[in-house]
Design a protein around this ligand. Sequence first.
Ligand code: IPM
Ligand code: MG
Length: 360
Amino acid sequence: MSKNVLILPGDGIGPEIVEQAKRVLTLVNDQYSLGLEFTEALVGGAAIDADGVPLPEATLEAAKKADAILLGAVGGPKWDTIPDFQIRPEKGLLGIRSSLGLFGNLRPAILYPQLAHASSLKPEIVSGLDILIVRELTGGIYFGQPRGVRVKEGGVREGYNTYVYDENEIRRIGRVAFEAARQRDKKLCSVDKANVLEVTVLWREIMEELAKEYPDVELSHMYVDNAAMQLVRAPKQFDVMVTGNMFGDILSDAAAMLTGSIGMLPSASLDVNGKGMYEPCHGSAPDIAGQGKANPLATILSVAMMLRYSLDEGDTADKIEAAVSQVLDQNLRTVDIMSDGMTAVTTAQMGDAVVAALKG
Ligand code: IPM
Ligand code: MG
């Protein structure tokens, strides 16, 4: 039976990086007869321009029907000044995550040895780095109610959001993280702010409860401020990190930079059944959109994650990851990972190189 992959290019560099990732997916689909069919839809700013809303009904329907979703990126200054805060490109992305229940966000930060010199940290601090950040994606302060901007007595405006997690939400993301740790080095660091925020006191309690079910996994806890510091001080102490939506957003950007460039970091966002949306961790980078400067590797690596986690094609995923490693061995670099002695390539040339490596 054929499987449907929904492609959502989005905004900024989204369309150009997705184009390269789609070439890779189309190639392996033909090479290994995966039986994938593709549909495409609008999300984010592109959808606002066409339909007036960031997540048109047709896109949400297509997302619900799809077996997996590949997303580029959303957002840009063009849509930042729309007075209605609901009409923001980001709401399209958040709407898909929440409507599809994609609560489990996996963000692996792996340093390719070839890029040790592209990291802003010393090679000895990052070489061999392999961290998995497990971020809760459909709850926490991103979605908590009440939220808004209100006018207090005396006409003073006040903005407010609510940081809330119930124990079931904590438990299900905890399980994802413990299971992942079990497949890796069996070390899990739960990141919270339990010295200040009650919601994360509960978070810590539930993680402790879960730890009893996973005696083979060593659980530790860290406050988020310390975790941010440790990530840039001694990142190799981490194996799997689990945290809430907002802390995970911030820590995963920091972890990404350790690997040389945020342009290298893929992600998977999974529901309870393993259906998922796959996207690079970086944003839409409107400043470089359309110039052929964007690094398509994070999106190509997101395709590999899609094959592994949602399409049961782990071997094909391995081949794509090996092809990415091979193009780095060929010293090909987009600007974000460029260093002395390397060959600068455009977005499309990087795609060409991965396609050529896969063809062998
Ligand atoms: C991410 C992004 C999104 C987030 C934005 C675009 C809404 O930064 O996926 O990390 O904050 O989750
Ligand atoms: Mg982010």
